[in-house]
Write a protein of this length. Structure first.
Length: 345
């Protein structure tokens, strides 16, 4: 077991190559540390007998004011072969070492493991991690319910034909009406932020700042794109999209209250899916669909919209916890929920 030297470019490149080639999330990339500047960060590495990386775990560390302890979090981590128990023991030893270094009371991990994959869940629990089989939508840091489109090597034409007829119609309607969708740099973040504020006011959710989106684009570089749909020079919708580890993720989206009849959101999703296909990705991830099972919930419309692309629901197992100071955990978890994980993150 070792810790990544972030100042060693060769070591960082080796780490990145491992995470990407093993389908790791962009939140397990070293680049993600540049976005989460209000956190400390470490990366644990396990090597095989030939010296090659066999497992990794990027860890974000939130320090609280003295004399309080810190909180460790591995977003969508770790990355490893679930049958390699020795590699995972190495990662757990690394977490133990970090808990001592940063006086952490616990660590949360939320790997990309679906709740139906009992073999992987068993491996994590057998290693000694705490796990609740059912975790409510609003109790986890990352959304447990995602909508994904498995690309399966299909061409753009094959994918378009696989969409529901109304979805195909709306994509073509936007094109016929003259709506355009293009990828831009940070120079258009002002337009995106205006759309985000409009969406926040309409739908009542917390919105990230323009500075946060700028950090994302700077840190993730060519992995991150800003898409904008426009009609006659007027922005109608926008999205921040990230491509990493053979997966393209629709991370943030916003839309105007006007021009909705022009169906810009359908065209925007289609253009981001086309980027995924051209880049050889295996999955296009529409990301969260919380409360997809409740037609009366305000978020249900998001789920209904995404189903038009004829993907599938991916329900992840949720969070696994390693506790280092049990008497602190209950109090801190309660405090974090009161503050809100999104404000923390």
């Amino acid at each position: 077991m070792e810790f990544l030297d972030f100042t060693n470019l060769t070591a960082v490149q080796e780490y990145e190559a491992f995470v990407e080639s093993h389908g790791g999330s962009f939140m397990q990339s070293v680049r993600w540390c540049g976005v989460k500047r209000n956190w400390f960060h470490e990366a644990i590495i396990s090597r095989d007998g030939q010296g090659k990386i066999r497992a990794s775990c990027l860890v974000l560390i939130k320090k609280f004011l003295p004399p309080f302890k810190s909180f460790l979090y591995s977003p969508r981590g770790p990355v490893w072969d679930y049958q390699d128990h020795g590699a995972f023991r190495d990662l757990l030893l690394g977490l133990e070492a970090l808990s001592k270094k940063y006086h952490a009371y616990s660590c949360k991990l939320d790997p990309l493991v679906e709740e139906s994959d009992q073999e992987k869940i068993y491996a994590l629990r057998a290693a000694g991690l705490s796990f609740a089989p059912w975790q409510p939508d609003d109790s986890t840091i990352q959304c447990r319910n995602n909508y994904i489109l498995e690309l399966d090597g299909r061409t753009e034409e094959e994918l378009l034909c696989s969409f529901k007829s109304k979805c195909r119609y709306n994509i073509r309607l936007a094109q016929r009406k003259g709506v355009t969708c293009r990828a831009y740099g940070k120079e258009r973040l002002g337009d995106f932020q205006k759309l985000m504020e409009e969406t926040r006011t309409r739908d009542g959710f917390q919105a990230r700042s323009r500075g946060y989106f700028a950090r994302m684009m700077d840190a993730l570089g060519s992995h991150c794109r800003l898409y904008l749909c426009e009609y006659q020079g007027r922005p109608l919708s926008g999205a921040i999209c990230v491509q990493y580890g053979r997966r393209t993720c629709y991370v943030y989206g916003a839309s105007s209250n006007t021009g909705r009849e022009l169906m810009p959101n359908y065209l925007m999703q289609w253009e981001m899916i086309r980027w995924a296909v051209k880049s050889g990705c295996e999955v296009y991830d529409f990301q969260g669909v919380p409360y997809w099972y409740d037609p009366e919930h305000p978020n249900y419309g998001v789920y209904r919209f995404k189903t038009g692309f004829n993907g599938r629901l991916a329900v992840y197992a949720g969070e696994f916890t390693q506790v280092f100071a049990r008497h602190y955990k209950a109090a801190f978890d309660c405090a974090l929920k009161c503050v809100g994980y999104q404000k923390l993150l």
